[in-house]
Write a protein that binds this ligand. Structure first.
Ligand code: OSB
Ligand code: MG
Length: 423
């Protein structure tokens, strides 16, 4: 396909209940959707940036601005990618006037005659070569520093359009290993312990397989102890601090060990791997990075240094699904379990996350909750937890692209600003 225009849609979607973390409280999701129009049909992507630059430096006004001013114009002018598949190597070559040799997208050359070549790497290499337009997005946008969430939204929209044109699903493209994925739920900081326990009870009744509690200084040991007592020894429980602690808190965090948590997520600052290493050494509970993992390079570095024993994969934070696939592979090769994080996505982003969570390295339940955990009404057909043998699971969409349909009347009705078109 050829990209003809890029539209930005800004919406505000109320949350069914406020979501409070160590960095703030949200009562509505400010959504930025990107629609890519091509000569072979459209694709949609969701930007995961929040209203404020509190989780990371990115925020939705900034993402919309950088897309409109820099990223969308560059993508519309980008050279067409060329697929190279000569039986020995397969990948995507982008001929860039600034690089005499062009840019080679796939970093894992697949030598098909090499018996030592890893079968998983081969599958992923093939999947990238099958979506040359999506694979060309990151290189075309690399001249802009940072802004991974903005770039990831564009890549997701291009990937959706390209796969729809091929009649292929995201799950098939990514290499999904299952048709249903196990779901956890991320539980915000509550006004009281009683309200927290009520909320957790409701989620367990709905079937969620794992509870994640948001914690911060002053809201940690007591809620963790209360929820562990409520749900019993065997239920999966983990915590997420969103960078709220410092090195002085290592003894306090290590004192969570008796509660048998699956993991403790990002207790310290994004750039502070060293303190995460110290906690990992001082505590039995595995440390899991979220904010610190920006791409495959930072993921491998954090693993090798001992700063993370488990990785939260959020494609938006890593600049897109194709980089998320690389992180998944790197973790799998090192036997590091991964799980799919969430950013309160609507059905647009959720559909792609659920497809990603079906990959073999995703061995822990993700923050891929049902639509109803966030919204009374979703922008797509809702994601609903299964029952019977699929209790606590979501089905991986199998129709082309994301596999879900954006309800355009809702995009209009819930618009917070007029749409912007770049062409
Ligand atoms: O740290 O995982 C996080 C939501 C917004 C920003 C950051 C985070 C979260 C969540 C919710 O924990 C995950 C979800 O249910 O989408
Ligand atoms: Mg997190």
């Amino acid at each position: 396909p050829t990209i003809e225009a890029i539209e930005l849609h800004r919406l505000e979607v109320p949350l069914v209940r406020p979501f409070e973390t160590s960095f703030g409280r949200e009562t509505a999701r400010e959504v930025l959707l990107v629609r890519v129009r091509t000569d072979r049909g459209d694709g949609w992507g969701e930007c995961v940036a929040g209203r404020d630059p509190f989780y990371s430096g990115e925020y939705v006004d900034g993402a919309a601005s950088v897309i409109e001013r820099y990223l969308a114009p560059a993508l519309l002018r980008a050279p067409r990618p060329r697929v190279v598949d000569d039986g020995r190597v397969s990948g995507v070559l982008i001929e860039d006037p600034a690089h005499s040799a062009g840019i080679w997208v796939d970093d894992r050359e697949q030598h098909v005659d090499d018996p030592a070549a890893d079968a998983t790497a081969g599958r992923a290499a093939a999947s990238i070569a099958s979506v040359p337009l999506a694979a060309s997005v990151a290189p075309a946008l690399a001249f802009v520093a940072g802004h991974r969430m903005a770039k990831g939204a564009l890549e997701a929209a291009v990937l959706d359009a390209e796969l729809r044109a091929q009649g292929r699903s995201m799950g098939e493209c990514f290499g999904a290993a299952r048709e249903w994925v196990e779901c956890g739920v991320s539980v915000g900081i509550a006004p009281t312990i009683e309200e927290l326990l009520d909320e957790v009870t409701g989620y367990l009744e709905e079937g969620y397989r794992r509870i994640k509690l948001k914690i911060k200084p002053g809201w940690d040991l007591v809620p963790v102890a209360a929820v562990r007592e409520l749900i019993g020894r065997d239920a999966m429980l983990q915590v997420d601090a969103n960078t709220a602690y410092t090195a002085d808190d290592i003894p306090l965090l290590a004192s969570l060990d008796p509660f048998d948590l699956l993991l403790i997520e990002q207790p310290f600052a994004e750039e502070d791997l060293a303190t995460h290493v110290r906690l990992a050494e001082a505590s039995e509970t595995p440390v899991c990075l979220d904010e610190s993992v920006l791409d495959v390079t930072t993921a491998v570095d954090a693993i090798e240094r001992g700063a993370t024993q488990i990785v939260n994969i959020k494609p938006g934070r890593m600049g897109g699904y194709l980089e998320a696939l690389r992180v998944h592979e790197a973790c799998r090769a090192r036997e590091v379990p991964v799980w799919c994080g969430g950013m309160l996505e609507t059905g647009v982003g959720r559909a792609a996350n659920v497809a990603l969570a079906a990959l073999p390295g995703f061995t822990l339940p993700g923050d891929t909750s049902a639509s109803g955990r966030y919204f009374a009404e979703d922008l797509t057909e809702p994601f609903v937890l299964g029952d019977g043998e699929h209790r606590g699971q979501l089905r991986v969409p199998d129709a082309a692209g994301t596999g879900v349909t954006v309800r355009e009347e809702l995009v209009r009705d819930w618009a917070a600003r007029p749409p912007v078109t770049v062409s």
